[in-house]
Write a protein that binds this ligand. Structure first.
Ligand SMILES: CC(C)(COP(=O)(O)OP(=O)(O)OC[C@H]1O[C@@H](n2cnc3c(N)ncnc32)[C@H](O)[C@@H]1OP(=O)(O)O)[C@@H](O)C(=O)NCCC(=O)NCCS
Length: 152
């Protein structure tokens, strides 16, 4: 079966200033997301990559990536609950990986809360490898970070 033909139709594009309020709302409603200010999102949109996935009717997810060195870092990735398990996050991450290859980056890095089983399963499905632990890295609640990387 060709799963692509069954997928929810989405388009991926770079976010602009007008998208930031919706991105903020989605992030605020997601306990496991990084919680940033509007200024921080605007900064990532300008200096890195802030991309969104849109269905025919609404914004369904976003990804924020720091691109300062050869190691790009996924800093935030959220798909709205009603759109999950439709390969929206997979398309956002694969899109970023292709951009990184085009721009000769060598690795994609990220860290997730140790207890974030969904995100860890997701990244491992995409081939990311564990790369150590940062004890007590997160606050509210305090928790270790698991670091992951993928070679490009
Ligand atoms: C993690 C997250 C981004 C995944 O988004 P998604 O669009 O549902 O993921 P996809 O549909 O692209 O998943 C692709 C594959 O990853 C794996 N996967 C995704 N979510 C999973 C889950 N909850 N449990 C187990 N495996 C999962 C599966 O193998 C899945 O393929 P399948 O549906 O054919 O089995 C989403 O759950 C989310 O927004 N979580 C809250 C925010 C967050 O924690 N972000 C990560 C920290 S930066």
């Amino acid at each position: 079966m060709n799963r692509d033909s069954d997928d929810l139709p989405i388009a991926i594009r770079l976010a602009n200033r007008n998208d930031v309020p919706t991105i903020l709302t989605i992030a605020t409603q997601t306990a496991t997301a990084s919680h940033w200010t509007a200024e921080h999102y605007s900064h990532v949109a300008e200096k890195g990559i802030l991309a969104i996935a849109e269905s025919l009717t609404s914004l369904c997810g976003f990804i924020a990536v720091q691109t300062l060195t050869d190691d790009w870092e996924i800093q935030n990735l959220v798909v709205l609950p009603e759109f999950r398990r439709n390969r929206v996050a997979e398309k956002l991450v694969r899109n970023v990986m292709q951009s990184a290859r085009n721009r000769h980056a060598t690795r994609i890095l990220l860290e997730v809360r140790e207890s974030n089983a969904a995100a860890r399963a997701f990244y491992e499905k995409l081939g990311f490898k564990m790369d150590g632990t940062r004890n007590g890295y997160y606050k509210d609640p305090r928790e270790s970070a698991i670091m992951y990387f993928a070679r490009l």
